[in-house]
Design a protein around this ligand. Structure first.
Ligand code: ATP
Ligand code: MG
Length: 457
């Protein structure tokens, strides 16, 4: 009923999701509600330059979808009929990237606009499972609309005319809060199993219902995710965890049976109660930050995802009497070495994780010059946020992060008054090796003591 009405409102033409349509709907601002100034100036300039050179150019995909849905877009992508070479010729700072899918990055100041050439719908190269391994055959706009994943992602906005070109009733679906796949769902998932994860993320992010036809084949096809290159999987997973709706996404992944193929780590965390509590706390803190427009680094997120595992390995490394701080260093290396490949963690991310972890025991040191030195650490903020997370997950007394918050905001004199006199016996040199058991907060107390003797500082 509502659908019928919406289709009438949006002047449904002959277009159907099978792509045999002749005419797309062309919607004006009163129908789509986008104001030209909502488009970044870099994207507008990119479209204008391409159009001035005689090409077609539209803002496309997620940005158009998000603006119509009233969400601020993460970035702006442009689609054009110009080939990558022709695009490059239009700009001073532009370069082609990608192999599976060649696109051009156009740089305007600090903003980069991704420009892709319209793709042909049917001629992509596939492997034996039907997965697209290369998609560089160019086509016209109609073809391009057909190979996009969801109807709401196949919308083209021309900033000069302010018209949205809609081949698959994307605007109606969006208003009706339905996520509908273009074409036959099973075929589209086989072509690119990542689309199953995108379905979960986009429906959670925009509060849409996944169309039953798009939902039905997911459980059976979930194992296809194993064929997807790790780097792409990780990319999508990060988008999912940083979407501001991570908790909901994780729940839905489990519901759809997509979970274990994506990140076995999450499954093993959820299997033990402490892990599950930590994960939920970490992800809901991440969701809140993202929704408040604050940044969340992948390093922070991975530090949280891998923390339980680190604590276990850290405990093991202390079993032979190795003091906590060196054990923490070696445990960090061991965990990162084991996970880096599986999770395609880059060096930069690994070094962020390392810093966050290695600073944790230092928060227990609240005497002498050490708290002042910790405050000066470039990664203090991230490490502090991590400490807070651990307290929220019930792993530490909240008094500790509260003290640090006050300390960080106090003046010099007040800070001196806040110092807590270290009553722990100072270990003498040469240091005795101390046998410890347990990790986490308990081991850290010992870690702090050995740190007082200069270990790991
Ligand atoms: P967001 O940017 O919010 O993560 P998005 O939909 O813009 O979401 P991008 O990865 O930026 O995601 O992709 C831009 C557009 O490219 C999409 O809107 C969609 O039209 C198309 N697209 C992206 N990934 C796929 C895919 N796996 N299959 C088909 N089309 C895709
Ligand atoms: Mg996008």
């Amino acid at each position: 009923m509502i659908r019928k009405l919406l289709h009438r409102v949006f002047r449904r033409r002959a277009a159907r999701t099978d792509g045999k349509s002749l005419e797309p709907a062309r919607l004006g601002p009163e129908q789509h509600g986008i104001r030209a100034e909502q488009i970044s100036s870099a994207a507008r300039r990119t479209c204008a330059a391409l159009q001035a050179a005689g090409h077609q150019a539209y803002v496309v995909g997620g940005a158009v979808r998000d603006l119509i849905a009233g969400v601020s877009p993460k970035d702006f992508d442009v689609a054009t009929d110009a080939t990558p070479e022709q695009v490059i010729a239009c700009f001073r700072r532009a370069r082609a990237i990608g192999r599976r899918f060649r696109i051009v990055h156009v740089m305007h100041g600090r903003e980069t606009v991704e420009v892709s050439t319209f793709r042909a719908a049917r001629d992509a190269e596939t492997d034996e499972t039907g997965r697209i391994v290369r998609d560089n055959v160019f086509g016209v706009q109609r073809d391009d609309a057909m190979r996009r994943d969801f109807t709401i992602n196949a919308l083209y906005y021309d900033p000069s005319t302010q018209i949205v070109v809609d081949y698959h009733h994307g605007v109606a679906d969006l208003k009706q809060k339905t996520l509908r796949i273009i074409g036959d769902p099973a075929t589209r998932y086989r072509e690119d199993p990542i689309r199953m994860l995108r379905a979960v993320r986009l429906s959670a992010k925009l509060g849409l219902d996944l169309d039953p036809a798009a939902r039905a084949p997911i459980r059976e096809l979930a194992p296809l995710l194993e064929n997807v290159p790790q780097a792409r999987l990780l990319d999508e997973l990060l988008k999912l965890l940083l979407s501001g709706h991570a908790i909901e996404c994780i729940d839905r992944l489990r519901e759809e049976g997509l979970h274990s193929g994506v990140l076995p780590l999450l499954d093993s965390m959820l299997a033990n109660p402490a892990g599950a509590r930590f994960l939920r706390t970490a992800l809901s803190a991440t969701d809140q930050r993202v929704r408040a427009g604050k940044s969340v680094s992948p390093g922070f997120l991975f530090a949280a995802l891998l923390w339980q595992q680190l604590v276990e390995v850290w405990t093991e490394h202390q079993a032979d009497g190795t003091p906590p701080q060196p054990a923490l260093v070696s445990a960090t290396h061991a965990v990162l070495e084991q996970q880096s490949e599986a999770l395609a963690i880059t060096r930069k991310i690994a070094s962020d994780i390392t810093e966050i972890w290695l600073l944790q025991p230092r928060f227990l040191q609240r005497s002498g010059r050490r708290p002042f030195r910790l405050l000066e650490q470039p990664r203090f903020r991230a490490a502090y946020d991590f400490l807070l997370l651990r307290a929220e997950a019930g792993e530490l007394d909240p008094e500790l992060p509260e003290w640090w918050d006050r300390f960080a905001h106090a003046g010099e004199t007040a800070r001196a008054d806040m110092l807590i006199v270290d009553t722990a016996a100072k270990p003498r040199r040469p240091r005795r090796r101390r046998k410890t058991s347990g990790a986490g907060p308990q081991a850290e107390t010992t870690a702090a003591h050995s740190e007082a003797s200069g270990v790991g500082d």
